[in-house]
Design a protein around this ligand. Structure first.
Ligand SMILES: [Zn+2]
Length: 424
């Protein structure tokens, strides 16, 4: 039977399929296996993948009348997935990053001086819906140009009822207007200055008013909490997450970034949290508490790179058989939209192999946002989210780094990036 096709990418030096892991994330040795087809091809029709395999095998199956894209000497992968993004904010903080890096000023000291999170809360709440759309679209464009085709997008930079609704409405609007797919998360993040002395009251308001309204209006799929010393305590985090679960939201948890908060242990206790993120300071026995649960651990290499110079113990966590993903942690505090750079840091600073890093940026990242049935691998029936890299193989992300290796990006079968520019 001949397969109808819009276009086919042929002759890929490495066609990374990551096939066969839509049900469960890859762990241990499977993380090192990318299910590569040498001299591979992938055919697309109506935004979906219709054939994958060696170039000879795929071409034999196709009905005539298709476009051919030659990927000789190139790497072809599933669209990269970024499962942890603080997307909606206004104002930049490059001066603070320099103070931290050069003078050793800490993140919490900046906050006490009115900078850090408080500065972002103020500037973001003063920005109109339309202006915020414009600011945020530019971030999404950069992500797409660097090969990312789906992201998780968090609110959390206003922390008022109306402000958080506005943030989630912005994510909803951008999900419709921008080629990138955005998975919305309501994040309880900053503490507004007028609530510094009564965080429990704010938590009551979040659980009794904000979450029910967000759930009713279907503005978020996930809830997440900034479970960190100086932010939300274990008891407050538990209360918010359980309220979100009661209202039908899936859960994530943002923990053990600045110090050991105990958030990972709490996540294990609550159970069935879809992802726990950071884990820089988590003792390994607390990581072990997650064994047997479906939770994905998301590593965010930029925050150690920028702030603490201590990375999550990725090697030990992978060797324990835990599923892991990578993400950029784009936020007002540090800006790197490139998942290619995350793979660089994962290999050169976190002792992950190049294959593990790519697995963590594709199929396992898809699991961490509950989308592995439709993206994260090149398999028949999945969305045609495909990247052609101007690189001979997947090890190039940690070798030829700090530049954009992307040649073409296809989102749902449509060419959206070519030679470093958005083309549609
Ligand atoms: Zn984060």
């Amino acid at each position: 039977m001949s397969i109808q096709t819009d276009f086919v990418i042929i002759n890929a030096n490495e066609l990374v399929t990551l096939a066969g892991s839509s049900e469960n994330p890859r762990i241990k040795e499977r993380m090192k296996d990318l299910s590569i087809v040498k001299n591979g091809a992938v055919a697309v029709k109506n935004g979906k993948i219709v054939a994958v395999g060696s170039t000879d095998d795929v071409l034999k199956q196709l009905a005539e009348g298709y476009e051919v894209i030659d990927a000789t000497d190139k790497l072809v992968t599933p669209g990269l997935i970024d499962p942890h993004v603080h997307l909606v904010f206004s104002g930049t903080r490059e001066d603070e990053l320099e103070k931290m890096a050069v003078l050793g000023v800490t993140y919490l000291e900046l906050k006490e001086q009115g900078g850090g999170m408080n500065k972002s809360l103020k500037l973001t709440s003063e920005t109109s819906f339309e202006d915020q759309i414009e600011i945020t679209s530019k971030i999404l464009d950069k992500m797409l140009i660097y090969g990312t085709t789906t992201i998780e997008a968090k609110s959390g930079y206003e922390m008022t009822f109306n402000g958080e609704i506005k943030q989630l409405e912005i994510i909803k609007s951008l999900n419709k207007s921008h080629p990138l797919d955005l998975i919305p998360t309501f994040l309880t993040q900053g503490i507004p200055p007028d609530h510094e002395d009564n965080v429990d009251d704010l938590v009551d308001e979040i659980t009794e008013k904000w979450i029910p309204e967000i759930a009713k209006r279907k503005l978020a799929e996930f809830a997440d909490v900034f479970c960190e010393k100086g932010y939300y305590s274990l008891d407050q985090t538990r209360k918010i997450l359980l309220s979100a679960r009661k209202h039908g939201l899936k859960l994530r948890n943002h923990c053990d970034w600045l110090s050991h908060s105990g958030g990972t242990r709490l996540s294990a206790e609550i159970g069935d949290i879809v992802s726990v993120d950071h884990l820089i300071w988590t003792p390994l026995e607390e990581v072990d508490a997650l064994q047997g649960q479906k939770t994905i651990i998301v590593f965010l290499p930029t925050s150690p790179f920028c702030y603490v110079n201590k990375y999550a113990p990725a090697r030990e966590i992978i060797d324990r058989g835990m599923p892991v993903a990578l993400a950029t942690d784009v936020s007002a505090a540090n800006m790197c939209e490139s998942m290619q750079m995350m793979m660089t840091l994962a290999v050169l600073r976190m002792k992950m192999t190049a294959a593990e890093a790519l697995t963590a940026s594709t199929i396992n990242a898809a699991h961490s946002i509950d989308r592995a049935h439709e993206i994260g691998s090149l398999e028949v029936g999945k969305k045609a989210d495909i990247v052609i890299f101007n690189a001979p193989n997947h090890r190039f992300f940690a070798y030829n780094y700090g530049i954009n290796l992307v040649e073409m990006v296809f989102k749902k079968g449509k060419l959206v990036v070519e030679r470093g520019r958005r083309v549609s």
